[in-house]
Write a protein of this length. Sequence first.
Length: 227
Amino acid sequence: MEANSAKGTILLIEDEDEIADLVQMFFEQEGFRFVRAVDGEAGVERVREREPRVVLLDIGLPGIDGVEACKRIRAISDVPVLMLTARDSEIDKVVGLEIGADDYITKPFSPRELVARVRAVLRRAEERPTAPSVVEVDDYVIDSGRREVRLPDGVVVRPTAREFDLVWYLAERRGLVLSRAQILEGVWGYDYFGETRTVDVHVRQLRKKLPDVPIETVWGVGYRMSD
Ligand code: CA
């Protein structure tokens, strides 16, 4: 069994005490250290001071909102950020904007599901290859050691953690048609309860950042990176 200290600290930035108490209880039962902040500015400070392994960030906060807090966290840390969204309409705001969040969960969520998501985030972070490995697609170099994409003109693009996992997953399997469900399983690491549009939103982001990387839509199925 993993030692508690190895599990690290979870930071929750949430202004609703009832939710925060419940979430804290579940994570502490699982052996995580738990730190809380009730607004975005305090949350960003906690990231600096406590170096958490995962941040759970509510969107609706007093003062700066979760979107702004996420941007500020990204400016100082690569810590995985999981957003807590109150409404479906907020989801596009989270995944569509380039704020660097790794995942999101819609309220009301079960604490058990939240713990499962955090475990998946931690597992992915641990499974990242330590030996640099590179895939070339057309004249693009996708580098999993540096987690960056080098364009033919020498420009370096650093997608968000999740976007990089996605482009890497497609590039390693180039030529193969992959269903959205396969991609969710492979990149997100679990069944996303049918929320396959997450894949579409992230592909759209990748196409914006890497317009000439050949990610094809295969209608009715999913995606393929062409050879
Ligand atoms: Ca709130």
